[in-house]
Design a protein around this ligand. Structure first.
Ligand code: PLP
Length: 465
């Protein structure tokens, strides 16, 4: 009899303690391929996408722009393109990945507070759906670039809709000010846009955070954006698209939970909230849909409703598989580093599981460390583990969001990525980096990995003086 690891996730425990992820025995897989590596499941990705779309089924013209920085592996992007999703890019790297995956310009929106002029130029030349503007300077730059090309460029304006939130600390409120225009001080950007003859404001945009557990926050966000759209209509500005951003939660917080290093985590644990189950995406969909219909009626406007989910679509699609390497006293060193799972930092921590040992007693307490020399390369402190030996497989789930895209090369090349196809085939979609790959960007005696290094590049960067 197989038992679920956690209610609502995709892992089961086999009779002999095997850990089975989407039908695959992870212990067997850990021995088959060199570890560590990421394994992404196409089945789970497709199911998440279907669930997301079903949650917003009743909204005519509903648009989803997948947030590409969450995970831009080829298998993921191709799958989303096949399902008809659009994409939200945050720069030239995302744009290139999306073009390679076959997304059309009209399916692309561009977000970010500090887009380079070159990136803006590329987006305009390609004719993407719209650029969400975050500063007056950016608006003027787009206007100038568009004028040089004899074009009118569609833009959205990013708004910070919830300026004062009593539950935010001063620090969080300050960080948030980096993004967009505060709702109570946004009039001037619309006045400026009116004077910029080569941009046309067609959208309003807001992104209010990540792993948001309350549908009510979206309802509030949407109501504020609609009220603004109605006000703009009186000044003859028709908003065609209202984008409420991403932030929908991963289906489980049991794998990536609030770190016990955080103050208050112990209390959350005691009241059983450390691993609380977030509301289903359908619950968000129903609340947002209701608020959308009401706002359309109330303000007599019907812009397209758009979203930019990232984490909620990909988080639970991926597991990192590694091995125990060295055991010394209470320290268990694994080949998975926080380089591979950088979200495992101060605020949050991944849980770790042991394929093949899931039915044993986990009574020992150990510190699970990554292999690098970084003092903070510790995956879990003081955690219960089974009896372990070097070579035992380990697995970390819910690593599909912001892990591969934020992985770094501190003392080790980055890990490989495999894609578990719906038909059971496993394909490499990113080969393991080699030391030569990392060093190929360095210039040694005028040459780098690509051959003779071009001196002009140095001059353009202003470093030659
Ligand atoms: C502007 C914008 N949209 C969408 C997202 C995706 O957020 P999430 O992965 O929480 O859905 C982000 C993430 O930071 C973002 O900055």
């Amino acid at each position: 009899m197989q038992q679920r690891l956690f209610e609502g996730d995709n892992c089961t425990i086999g009779q002999s303690g095997e850990l089975i992820f989407n039908g695959v025995d992870l212990g067997r897989l850990a021995r088959e391929y060199e570890t560590p590596y990421y394994l992404i499941s196409e089945n789970i990705l497709r199911a998440n996408c279907r669930r997301f779309m079903a949650g917003f089924e009743g909204v005519p013209g509903f648009r989803v722009y997948y947030s590409v920085k969450t995970n831009y592996e080829s298998g993921v992007l191709q799958c989303l393109r096949d399902l008809g999703f659009g994409v939200e890019i945050s720069g030239g790297l995302d744009l290139l990945a999306c073009r390679r995956a076959g997304f059309q310009p009209e399916d692309i929106v561009f977000d970010g507070p500090c887009k380079s002029e070159e990136e803006l130029r590329q987006a305009i030349d390609l004719g993407i759906h719209l650029i969400n503007v975050e500063s007056e300077l950016e608006l003027q730059t787009i206007d100038r670039l568009a004028r040089e090309r004899g074009r009118i460029v569609p833009v959205g304006i990013r708004i910070d809709p919830i300026v004062k939130n009593p539950s935010y600390s001063k620090l969080i409120s300050t960080y948030k000010q980096k993004f967009g225009f505060p709702i109570d001080r946004c009039d001037s950007v619309f006045e400026l846009a009116n004077r910029c003859k080569n941009v046309q404001v067609v959208g309003l945009h807001a992104h209010i955070g990540s792993q948001i557990l309350s549908p009510e926050l979206y309802v509030k966000n949407l109501s504020i954006l609609f009220e603004l759209a109605a006000r703009l209509k009186k000044n003859s500005l028709n908003i065609l698209e209202v984008n409420i951003g991403g932030g929908f939660p991963a289906p489980s917080t049991r794998h990536l939970r609030v770190s016990r290093r955080m103050k208050g985590a112990e209390l959350l644990d005691r009241i059983n909230l450390l691993e609380a189950r977030p509301p289903e995406i359908g619950e968000f969909g129903r609340s947002i849909q209701g608020a959308y219909e009401e706002a359309c009626r109330r303000w007599d406007i019907r812009p397209i409703l758009a979203t930019e989910p990232g984490r909620s679509l990909v988080s639970n699609t991926c597991v990192v598989i590694g091995r125990v390497r060295v055991i010394k006293d209470r320290w268990v060193f694994t080949d998975i580093s926080i380089n591979d799972v950088p979200e495992n930092l101060f605020f949050s921590e991944f849980r770790v599981f042991f394929p093949g040992k899931m039915r044993e007693n986990w009574v020992k307490k150990a510190h699970l460390s990554g292999p690098t020399l970084a003092t903070n390369d510790v995956i879990l402190f003081e955690t219960a583990v089974p009896e372990l030996q070097a070579g035992d497989p380990i697995a970390i789930f819910d690593t599909g969001a912001y892990s591969i895209t934020r992985a770094n090369q501190f003392t080790r090349p980055r890990s490989a990525v495999y894609f578990l196809r719906s038909d059971g085939r496993i394909e490499v979609i990113r080969r393991r980096e080699r030391p030569e790959d990392v060093l190929s960007m360095q210039v040694w005696n005028g040459r780098n990995g690509a051959g003779v290094f071009r001196e002009e590049a140095v001059a353009v960067a202003g470093l030659s003086a």
